[in-house]
Write a protein that binds this ligand. Structure first.
Ligand code: NDP
Length: 246
C-alpha cells in the first residue's frame, strides 16, 4: 500500500511542488488548507486536471484542537500518516520597534506552535509502527536572522531546536526528524517582490545568481522522506544557492 504523506499548506507555492513530487513518487498525498480558504476545491480540480488526485482537509495548524481533529479524520478515512511535512507558514514583517503582540503571536503560532500541533497526533503512531518521517520547512532567516523578522526568525530557528530534540527521542524507533532551511525560492510570494528589488537587492545576495526553484526544495523533501535517508536525522539542511553557509 502507498505510504501516506501529509503536507500542510500544500496549496501554497512550495507546498504544491512538494505535493506533486510526492505524488509522482507514488505516495498518497494529503494536504491541509486554512478553514477559510474558499479556493480549495478549485485548486483540487486544477490538480486533478494535471493528473494528480490529492485529498485536502481544512485545518488551522495554529490551533491544537483543529490539528487533532484533522489528523483524526485523515487517519480514519485513509489510514495512518507515514510522512508529515510541516510546511504551512506566514510572515508578518515589521521592525521590532513596531512589532506588536498580535503579529508576534500570529507568526509564532502559525510557524512554530503548528509543528507541535501537527506532530503530536502523528508521532506516537509512527513510533509504534517503527517507521516515520517528520520534515519541517524552516528558512534561511531562522539561521541568520533577518531585518524586520524577529517573529519569523525566532519561529523558524525554534523549528530546528524542536527537530533536534525530537530526533533524539525517536531515533531508535525508525522515525527521523529533520529541518529544511530554504533561501529565496521563486514562489508567487517572492515573485511578487518588484523586479528591480529582486534584481538589485535579493539576487546579488545569492552566489548562484538566481532564485531557487520550488521543485528543488521538493526534491530534498522527497529524499528525506525516502528509505535511503534512514540514517539522516536531527539535521538542518540549507538549500539557498550559497547565500548562507555555516
Ligand atoms: P505560501 O504563502 O505560498 O503558502 C503558505 C501556506 O501555508 C498556504 O497554503 C496557507 O494555506 C498555509 N497556511 C498559512 N496559515 C495557515 C494556518 N493557520 N492553517 C493552515 N494553513 C495555513 O508560502 P510558501 O509556499 O512560499 O512557503 C511555504 C513554507 O516555506 C513556509 O513555511 C515558509 O515560511 C517557508 N519558506 C518559504 C520561502 C520562499 O522563498 N517562498 C523561503 C524559506 C522558507 P491557505 O492559503 O489555505 O491559508
Amino acid at each position: 500500500m502507498a505510504r501516506i504523506a501529509l503536507i500542510t499548506g500544500g496549496m501554497g507555492g512550495l507546498g504544491e511542488a512538494i505535493c506533486i513530487k510526492m505524488a509522482a513518487l507514488g505516495y498518497q498525498v494529503v494536504t491541509t488548507h486554512s478553514p477559510g480558504n474558499t479556493k480549495a476545491n478549485e485548486w483540487l480540480a486544477g490538480m486533478e486536471q494535471q493528473g494528480y488526485k490529492f485529498r485536502a482537509y481544512p485545518c488551522d495548524v495554529a490551533d491544537f484542537e483543529s490539528a487533532q481533529k484533522c489528523i483524526a479524520q485523515i487517519t480514519q478515512e485513509l489510514g495512518p500518516i507515514d510522512v508529515l511535512v510541516n510546511n504551512a507558514g506566514i510572515t508578518r514583517d515589521m521592525t521590532f520597534k513596531k512589532m506588536d503582540k498580535v503579529n508576534w503571536d500570529a507568526v509564532i503560532k502559525t510557524n512554530l506552535d503548528s509543528v507541535f500541533n501537527m506532530t503530536k497526533p502523528v508521532c506516537d503512531g509512527m513510533v509504534e509502527r517503527g517507521w516515520g518521517r517528520i520534515i519541517n520547512i524552516s528558512s534561511v532567516n531562522g539561521q541568520k536572522g533577518a531585518f524586520g523578522q524577529t517573529n519569523y526568525s525566532a519561529a523558524k530557528a525554534g523549528m530546528h531546536g524542536f527537530s533536534k530534540a525530537l530526533a533524539l527521542e525517536v531515533a531508535r524507533k525508525g522515525v527521523t526528524v529533520n529541518t529544511i532551511s530554504p533561501g529565496y525560492i521563486g514562489t508567487k510570494m517572492v515573485m511578487a517582490i518588484p523586479s528591480d528589488v529582486l534584481e538589485s537587492k535579493i539576487i546579488p545576495q545569492i552566489p548562484m545568481g538566481r532564485l531557487g526553484k520550488p521543485e528543488e526544495v521538493a526534491g530534498l523533501v522527497a529524499y528525506l522522506a525516502s528509505d535511503e535517508a534512514a540514517f539522516l536525522t536531527g539535521a538542518n539542511i540549507a538549500i539557498n544557492g550559497g547565500q548562507h553557509m555555516y
